[in-house]
Write a protein that binds this ligand. Structure first.
Ligand SMILES: Nc1ncnc2c1ncn2[C@@H]1O[C@H](COP(=O)(O)OP(=O)(O)OP(=O)(O)O)[C@@H](O)[C@H]1O
Ligand SMILES: [Mg+2]
Length: 542
């Protein structure tokens, strides 16, 4: 399956004249495209490629949309259809095999949990993930910037919620510094964040975050480990799926060193259902994908897009995909006919057949193939019968999966989430302190008012008494003697002026009571108030 730095894709022609067709590993970082209508053999082709890369010592990352790609982790069976294909293309010996595999799952069920942190995801991708408007994205950018400046870690979604509430609290001040931060805009982002949370985003954001090194492993024999991301459930949140894969690409780009054009890639990344990445994508995002795909090549990462229709991908992305495997397309509707024409036109023509006609006539597991050859030029298009894979075609059982997860080299590393101190904890702490401070101040102010009222009442009583008594012939009694008089007549109010030296103590006890009260309420009802505060309604509600 692996010959002279090339992966055997299949055979051209049949019988004794059959010629092998290869994918050159040296050009695998010039990316690729696998297209074809449903049921034409895309997943099997993807499996053939993944197995070939693994054999060549190249780690692979791929999403398993229907669960059937997982089969490469167990030895295949020599099924009749595949034995027939092997004979057709003269594949001898054809043997079955299995490949080192690590299973991953954003939801942590069918694989080790994959997580990233909010700050690693960054405002652009998060905006895409939450489908934010430009104005909302602007505000999210500001929130990230302030978090940065204030040294607040944004790890999980509650950190981001806390951060947004913080921005809301300081909206006026922040608007002066960074431009308008509309309260309604922040509110809209907060609501989108709640939606993301209910879609399972809360499980995806946090720590321990995925380390790129863990998807770039080889086994003891030097075979590349295939990372299989369970994507069947994930496909129900297509935006999360697309954003995650794009994040992973950006992460790889940022983490990996430049290697230029090596004799084989460092990692190959398969982007199945790639159209999801571009459906309604804003131009900024398409530009970003185009840029990442263009630049990641020099880091030794090959990206293979897999989709039904080549028209699903923007032209500037398509233009960068050097290795092409086109399975059959139907050509009934005008759009389908256009897709066939587009696909046919991108190939270097072969005088032996008409590409457009061939695309509609290809059998299952057959494809038009053009790869990059010597000097990086595309080879003439060939009609290729794709070879049968060595691993199982079809899904593995739950028991097989559980066993492989248990034996996995990353077992235990990601399985338990860790919640360390970050923006949420720090801002909640601040809010609590502020709340306590505010309560203390309020009680002190009330006490002061009460003291003032008592003193005034004492003075009023004294005045009333004085007006009832005959006026002293000369002068007033001294302060001291008057003070002494008062307690005899009105012991209670007198306590107020007398209380002055003790009021410190009294205040302390009041403060203590308040602290205790706040302590209790923080533990019970006020917690809700604070949490609500963090969610944005605390200040507004008051
Ligand atoms: N190279 C091949 N040799 C022999 N049989 C093949 C080959 N490729 C595909 N087939 C047969 O076709 C079936 C469907 O192939 P596959 O699952 O790869 O299609 P697909 O294009 O991924 O479909 P979908 O779009 O529904 O996911 C396989 O289960 C297998 O029986
Ligand atoms: Mg498939």
């Amino acid at each position: 399956m692996l010959e002279d730095g090339r992966i055997l894709l299949g055979g051209i022609g049949a019988g004794a004249d059959a010629k092998p067709e290869y994918l050159d590993l040296a050009y695998a970082n010039r990316h690729g495209l696998v297209t074809g209508a449903t049921g034409t053999g895309k997943t099997v082709t993807l499996q053939v490629l993944a197995e070939g890369f693994s054999d060549a010592g190249v780690p692979v990352f791929c999403a398993d949309i229907k669960g059937d790609l997982s089969g490469l982790s167990v030895r295949g069976e020599p099924k009749e259809a595949f034995a027939k294909r092997a004979a057709e293309i003269g594949l001898d010996p054809w043997y079955n095999d299995f490949f080192p595999t690590i299973f991953w799952d954003l939801f942590g069920r069918k694989g080790h949990p994959v997580r990233t942190t909010v700050s690693e995801m960054g405002p652009l991708l998060l905006s895409r993930l939450m489908d934010l408007t430009e104005a909302q994205e602007g505000v999210l950018n500001i929130a990230f910037r302030i978090a940065d400046e204030d040294g607040l870690l944004l790890l999980d979604l509650k950190d981001l919620q806390a951060m947004l509430a913080h921005v809301l609290d300081r909206a006026d001040e922040i608007s002066r510094l960074y431009g308008n931060v509309g309260k309604a805009t922040v509110g809209a982002i907060q609501r989108q964040l709640l939606v993301l949370e209910t879609q399972g985003g809360d499980r995806f954001f946090g720590e321990p975050a995925l380390t790129v090194a863990d998807i770039m492993r080889c086994d003891r024999e030097g075979r590349g480990v295939v990372s299989v991301l369970a994507a069947d459930e994930l496909m129900r949140s297509p935006r999360l799926y697309a954003t995650f894969l794009l994040w992973l690409l950006s992460e790889l780009f940022e983490e990996l060193p430049e290697v230029g054009d090596a004799d084989k890639p460092k990692l190959v990344f398969f982007f199945d259902e790639a159209h999801l990445l571009f459906d309604d994508a804003p131009k900024a995002l398409v530009d970003r994908v185009e840029q990442v795909v263009r630049l990641i090549r020099s880091k030794g990462v090959g990206v293979f897009f897999v989709t039904q229709n080549p028209l699903d991908l923007p032209e500037k992305v398509l233009a960068q995909l050097g290795n092409r495997i086109q399975h059959a397309l139907r050509a009934y509707s005008p759009r389908e006919q256009k897709a066939v024409r587009t696909a046919a036109e991108t190939f270097r023509a072969n005088p032996a057949f008409d590409s457009a006609t061939a695309i509609t006539e290809l059998g299952t597991g057959e494809a038009l193939v053009s790869v990059l050859g010597q000097g990086g030029a595309p080879t003439m298009v060939e009609r290729v019968k794709i070879r049968p894979p060595a691993g199982r075609v079809g899904p593995i059982t739950e028991d097989e999966r559980a066993e492989m997860m248990r034996m996995s080299p990353v077992a235990g590393r990601y399985d338990t989430p860790v919640d360390r101190e970050s923006a949420y904890e720090l801002l909640t702490g601040r809010a609590e302190a502020e709340l306590q401070g505010r309560e203390t101040a309020r009680v002190e102010a009330e006490a002061a008012v009460a003291r003032g009222r008592d003193a005034a009442r004492t003075r009023a009583d004294a005045a009333a008494r004085r007006s009832a008594e005959p006026r002293a012939p000369w002068g007033e009694p001294s302060e001291a003697s008057r003070e002494e008089e008062v307690p005899r007549e009105r012991p209670a109010p007198r306590a107020a002026p007398r209380a002055a030296p003790r009021s410190g103590y009294q205040r302390q006890t009041v403060a203590e009571t308040v602290m205790k009260q706040v302590g209790r309420t923080v533990a019970s009802t006020v917690t809700t108030a604070i949490v609500r505060g963090i969610l944005g309604s605390f200040k507004r509600g008051r």
